[in-house]
Design a binder for this molecule. Structure first.
Ligand code: HEC
Ligand code: HEC
Length: 295
């Protein structure tokens, strides 16, 4: 009732409730105690002795109705029920929820604190905690990274391999989860032109195949435009989220078409931040679980 749009409606509801209660009281009293109540009406006599009569309702009905009326009034005084009036006890569902949430937080705070401060190795050895971590992953991460964490759709990276675009240390992964990551790989179509893009594609693909010395034009363009982020040898830079291009692992794929899209148009992968969605203990558990899977 607290979210009533205006006092006007609240006033209406109070008025209607009070009037109905008064009306009901009047009705009950008038039925039982009106002076005319016992007035005999003239009934024809049937079968010599049989007369129609009017037997009053039993008295216990009266007491019962009176008791329910009294209970209603007391209830409406104590609890919220009359328009926006909060009741003398100031009882509210929200407050009860707050109380139980606080109780829950106090009861579990210590366990959470302990998890948040435990060494990763210790958490990984606790099978039960790892199961909880997996459940967290299913709930918050699987929609993008796949149920098993193996990535999907050439968009969401595989988290089971030991290849970390943004760094694979405990701290790096924690930062990825807390703050999220925004990858910026701009498109190079204008700078390179169609031929340049093709040459770079050949060179980039050759980096993981080990025959890169065959693609000199591509290498020159790479050194000029790409090496600042991906490093001269193509090994990548976790600080920028620039992936290692010398391994067999491709987030966006290494077909001609996929590489052309990546290099000519660009890619902007976004990993959302979970700092305000997950607690310290939950983040710690997820870090432990992710590192556990790649060992
Ligand atoms: C400003 C830094 C920067 C520069 C310069 C840059 N890249 Fe990137 N590159 C990135 C980042 C960051 C990503 C990751 C994009 C993502 O995850 O969405 C990326 C991704 C890629 C990928 C995708 C790898 C995969 O696993 O799918 C390829 C291929 C690539 N870059 C090639 C190049 C080439 C070729 C050039 C030069 C023409 C270049 N990049 C220049 C930062 C850069
Ligand atoms: C809305 C989709 C989405 C959700 C939900 C999501 N992620 Fe991601 N995540 C991504 C994308 C996209 C990237 C790649 C960003 C890039 O291109 O650099 C990523 C990157 C990552 C990375 C970095 C991988 C690397 O190689 O460095 C980690 C670790 C990660 N996510 C873990 C998680 C965890 C744990 C959760 C759940 C708490 C989660 N993600 C939820 C989309 C998502």
């Amino acid at each position: 009732m607290a979210d009533m749009p205006s006092d006007f409606w609240s006033g209406w509801i109070i008025g209607l409730t009070v009037v109905s209660l008064l009306g009901l009281t009047w009705l009950v009293f008038s039925i039982y105690f009106s002076k005319n109540g016992s007035e005999e009406f003239e009934s024809p006599v049937w079968d010599e002795t049989l007369k129609e009569g009017n037997h009053p309702a039993p008295m216990w009905w009266f007491w019962m109705i009176l008791a329910t009326l009294v209970i209603s009034v007391v209830y409406l005084m104590l609890f919220p029920g009359l328009g926006s009036y909060a009741g003398m006890l100031k009882w509210s569902q929200n407050e009860r929820l707050d109380v139980s949430l606080t109780r829950y937080a106090i009861a579990h705070a210590e366990v959470r604190q302990k998890i948040a401060e435990s060494p990763i190795l210790e958490l990984q050895q606790d099978a039960q905690l790892m199961t909880s971590a997996e459940r967290l992953f299913q709930h918050h991460c699987a929609a993008c990274h796949g149920v098993d964490g193996a990535g999907q759709a050439n968009r969401f990276p595989n988290l089971l391999d030991n290849d970390w675009q943004w760094g694979g240390s405990e701290q790096d992964i924690e930062q990825t989860l807390r703050q999220g990551r925004k990858a910026i790989m701009v498109g190079w179509q204008n700078a390179l032109g169609d031929d340049g893009v093709s040459q770079v594609i050949d060179y980039v693909r050759s980096l993981s195949l080990g025959n890169s010395n065959q693609f000199n034009e591509g290498k020159q363009l790479f050194d000029q435009f790409c090496a600042t982020c991906h490093a001269a040898d193509g090994g990548g830079n976790p600080l920028l989220g620039a992936p290692n291009l010398t391994d067999e692992i491709w987030l966006y794929g290494n077909s001609d078409e996929q590489l052309r899209h990546t290099i000519a148009i660009g890619r902007n992968g976004i990993m959302p931040a979970f700092d305000d969605r997950l607690g310290d203990a939950q983040i710690r558990l997820l870090v432990a679980w992710l590192l556990h899977n790649t060992e």
